[in-house]
Design a protein around this ligand. Structure first.
Ligand SMILES: Cc1cc2nc3c(=O)[nH]c(=O)nc-3n(C[C@H](O)[C@H](O)[C@H](O)COP(=O)(O)OP(=O)(O)OC[C@H]3O[C@@H](n4cnc5c(N)ncnc54)[C@H](O)[C@@H]3O)c2cc1C
Length: 389
C-alpha cells in the first residue's frame, strides 16, 4: 500500500514512522525548503508523550528538554507579581522543548523520503486510489493521501474547498522568535517569565547557548495578518518595559519571526474517500489548550493502528470516531483558557495573580498545575485507549 503525506511536521512524521513499520510505502512532501528546526517552545505531555516513548524516543527527549522550575508573572520593572513553583512530579511529566526538537526526534527515525520545497497541486480520486499532482510537476498514484499540513491545510482546501468555515479565529495573534543574548538569557534562567497588560502578553524562556525563546500574544479581532509583523510587535510591545526593549532589538523579520492568528480548526468530517486529514489540519486546538502536539502524535498513532487493522474506508471512519469527541472537548477547554492566558482587563489580571498566589501555598501547585495538565491528559487518553468499535 502506498501513502503520500503532505506536511512533514509532528503529525505527518509520526504517521510515517508508524506506517513504514507496518509495511506501507511512504513518501512525504513538505512546503518548507528544508527541515524546520527550532521554533516556539511547547509543553509536551500526556498520551502524545506516551506515544513518543513507545517509539523509543524517551531518552532523546530527555536530552533535549529544558527544565522549567517556575512560572512567574512580572511587572514592567521586572519585579515578580506572582509565581508558581512547578511541583517536581509535574516538572518530570511535562517535557518543555522547542517544537522543532520534537519534530527532529521523530524525523531522525523515519526512513521514508521527504521531498522539501514541494506541496500538493491537485488530487483526483476514484474508488481504487488517488492521483496526486505535485507542485514540482510530477505525479503519484497512491492508496491514501494524508493532509498533515497544519491549520491552513492545502489538502483540506482541495478535498473540502474553502478554508474559512473551518478555521475559527480566537481573537488573538501570536508571534514567536529565538534570540541570542547571553546576559538576557542568564537573567531569565530556568523560569518561564511573562508580562501581561490588558490585551497583551509577552513571555520568555532561556535556552542553551545564551538564547531566549520569546512568545507574544495580542488581542486582535481581525484575523488578517499585519503587513509588517515585526513593526507591529515593536509598536505594541516596544515601550512595555521589563526585558522587552532589548529583546525586541533582536526581533527578526519572517521567516525567523513566526506570526499567525490563534485558531482552532473545526471540520465535521476528517476524510473524503481516500483523502484524510491529520493533526492541526483537522483538529487544531490552539496554543490556549496546550495539547496540540500531544493530540497530533496520538492521532497519528490511532490512524496508523486503524489502517493496520484492515480496509482503508473503515479505518478512516474508526479513526474519526475515536479522536473527534476528544478533540471537541480539548477545544472547549482551550476556549475557556483564553481569558486567563491573555486577560483583557486589569481586574482579570489581578484575579489571575491572586489565583497563582493561592496555588503557591503548600499543596496548591499540585492541585492547580495538576488540574490543567490532567484535564487534557484524561481526555486524550480516553481516545487513544478506546476500544475499536
Ligand atoms: C505559539 C504556539 C505554542 C504552542 N504550544 C503548544 C504546547 O505548549 N503544547 C502543545 O502540545 N502544543 C502546542 N502548540 C500546538 C502545536 O505546535 C501543534 O498543535 C502541532 O505542531 C501540530 O502538529 P502538526 O504536525 O499537525 O502541524 P505542524 O507542526 O504545523 O506541521 C505542519 C507541517 O506542514 C507543512 N506545510 C504547511 N502547509 C503545507 C503545504 N501546503 N504543503 C506541504 N507542507 C505544508 C508545514 O511547513 C509543517 O512542517 C503551540 C502552537 C503555537 C503556535
Amino acid at each position: 500500500m502506498k501513502v503520500l503525506i503532505c506536511g512533514a511536521g509532528i503529525a505527518g512524521l509520526t504517521l510515517a514512522w508508524h506506517l513504514e513499520r507496518s509495511g506501507w510505502e511512504v513518501e512525504l512532501v513538505e512546503r518548507a525548503p528544508a527541515f524546520r528546526d527550532g521554533g516556539y517552545m511547547i509543553d509536551f505531555y500526556g498520551p502524545g508523550y506516551e506515544v513518543a516513548r513507545a517509539m523509543g524516543l524517551g531518552d532523546r527527549l530527555e536530552q533535549v528538554r529544558y527544565p522549567v522550575t517556575e512560572l512567574a508573572y512580572v511587572d514592567r520593572d521586572g519585579r515578580r507579581t506572582s509565581r508558581l513553583t512547578m511541583p517536581p512530579e509535574f516538572a518530570a511529566k511535562v517535557v518543555s522543548l522547542p517544537r522543532g526538537e520534537l519534530a527532529r526526534a521523530v524525523h531522525d527515525d523515519v526512513r521514508a523520503p521527504v521531498r522539501y520545497g514541494t506541496s500538493v497541486e491537485a488530487a483526483d480520486q476514484d474508488r481504487h486510489g488517488v492521483t496526486v499532482r505535485l507542485t514540482d510537476g510530477t505525479e503519484r498514484r497512491v492508496d491514501l493521501l494524508v493532509g498533515a499540513d497544519g491549520a491552513h491545510s492545502r489538502v483540506r482546501g482541495l478535498a473540502f474547498e474553502q478554508e474559512h468555515p473551518f478555521v475559527r479565529h480566537l481573537g488573538h495573534h501570536v508571534a514567536a522568535y529565538t534570540l541570542t543574548d547571553p546576559e538576557l538569557s542568564r537573567r531569565v534562567g530556568d523560569r518561564y517569565e511573562m508580562l501581561t497588560v490588558p490585551g497583551l502578553m509577552a513571555g520568555t524562556y532561556a535556552l542553551d547557548g545564551g538564547r531566549l525563546a520569546m512568545l507574544f500574544l495580542r488581542r486582535e479581532p481581525d484575523p488578517e495578518p499585519p503587513a509588517d509583523p515585526r513593526a507591529t510587535l515593536l509598536r505594541h510591545y516596544g515601550d512595555l518595559g521589563w526585558i522587552l526593549p532589548e529583546a525586541l532589538r533582536h526581533c527578526p523579520d519572517p521567516p525567523g519571526l513566526y506570526h499567525d492568528q490563534v485558531t482552532q480548526v473545526h471540520v465535521d468530517e476528517w476524510s473524503r474517500g481516500r483523502v484524510v486529514l491529520l493533526g492541526d489540519a483537522c483538529q487544531a486546538v490552539s496554543l490556549f489548550a496546550g495539547h496540540g502536539a500531544s493530540l497530533a502524535m496520538a492521532g497519528a498513532r490511532v490512524l496508523a493502528d486503524e489502517l493496520a487493522a484492515g480496509d482503508v474506508h473503515d479505518a478512516l471512519a474508526r479513526y474519526h470516531r475515536r479522536m473527534r469527541p476528544v478533540v471537541l472537548e480539548v477545544q472547549r477547554f482551550g476556549r475557556r483558557f483564553v481569558r486567563w492566558m491573555a486577560p483583557s482587563g486589569k481586574w482579570r489580571i489581578a484575579a489571575r495573580d491572586a489565583m497563582l498566589r493561592l496555588a503557591a501555598l503548600p499543596g496548591g501547585g499540585r492541585i492547580f498545575v495538576g488540574s490543567l495538565i490532567n484535564e487534557g491528559h484524561d481526555l486524550i487518553s480516553s481516545a487513544t485507549d478506546a476500544r475499536r468499535g
